[in-house]
Design a protein around this ligand. Structure first.
Ligand code: FE2
Length: 281
């Protein structure tokens, strides 16, 4: 796909699929790095996520993960004592949100010429990475993600958020691929997650605005083969289902915004202390 086609498709639909974005070797390296993370989960992560824990503690752990490698369990992976109900290797929902700065494999495939070229094609002047996540969506336990816009969680003025979603397994309807409503990026950001102005410690967030009901029949699946990239606009409505299959649906995802043409909101939950770094070095 040439640059012009990519940009016009992205502007029309709000998402673009690029097959074979990375080669098999690269995908293997990313997947191995993701699996290695499952072997290094600190005990603190379990304590925080046992179901009897209060929301305040979960919220603080989440907020602090913006400049760290934070580990987040599937809700059905732990019992009320924080003991594992499934094997550790399939218990995580995701790891985030600073893999692109703190873990060399993820850094190498984020700050990467292929990624920069996509940003150039989209016309971003100074694309800056704000967060990264390894998503596991493991067989049987990988939970659903309800319809949302990514710009709800990371807003800039004007909105310039773009998500990169790299399939590390074949992503199918059965194992919980992305579903989108094409063209919905032309709508506003319906809801914004902001730090609660009443809470001075900034460790609580609230939603402002209302998320409308979208017809489930309007969603189209976006299956993508292992090594494919899905570029998603920050405002496109998307979701993914529970993984009911026997196969994992791992993905590496990160978000960029254009630092040259928009302002990152100081009300966002994610406030970096180490600073954001542009893709164009
Ligand atoms: Fe999303």
């Amino acid at each position: 796909m040439n640059y012009e086609t990519l940009k016009s498709k992205f502007e029309k639909d709000g998402y673009v699929v690029i097959n074979n974005f990375f080669d098999e070797n690269d995908v293997e390296k990313l997947k191995n790095a993701g699996l290695k993370l499952t072997q290094n989960v600190p005990n603190e992560a379990k304590t925080v996520f046992k179901t009897s824990q209060n929301n305040q503690e979960i919220s603080s752990y989440f907020m602090e993960s913006c400049d760290k490698i934070g580990y987040f369990y599937e809700k059905d992976a732990l019992d009320e004592n924080g003991d594992l109900l499934v094997d550790q290797s399939i218990a995580l929902n995701k790891v985030g949100h600073a893999l692109h700065r703190l873990e060399p494999t993820f850094e190498a495939y984020t700050y990467n010429d292929k990624v920069s070229n996509i940003c150039r094609a989209l016309g971003l002047i100074r694309p800056t990475v704000v967060q990264s996540m390894y998503i596991y969506k493991n067989p049987g336990i990988g939970g659903e993600v309800v319809a949302h816009q990514d710009s709800t969680f990371l807003h800039t003025e004007p909105d310039s958020l773009v998500g990169f979603w790299i399939a590390l397994d074949d992503s199918t309807i059965e194992n919980g691929c992305l579903w989108v409503i094409p063209g919905t990026h032309k709508n506003d950001v319906h809801q914004k997650l902001v730090c609660d102005p009443k809470n001075k410690s900034r460790n609580q967030t609230i939603f402002q605005g209302t998320f409308p009901d979208y017809e489930q029949s309007a969603f189209v699946p976006v299956p993508v083969k292992k090594s494919g990239l899905v570029i998603i606009h920050g405002r496109i409505i998307h979701k993914s289902d529970h993984n009911k299959s026997q196969l994992s649906r791992h993905a590496y995802t990160f978000h960029v915004y254009d630092e040259a043409s928009s302002q990152y909101s100081d009300k966002n939950w994610l406030q970096t202390k180490i600073g954001f770094k542009s893709l164009y070095l």
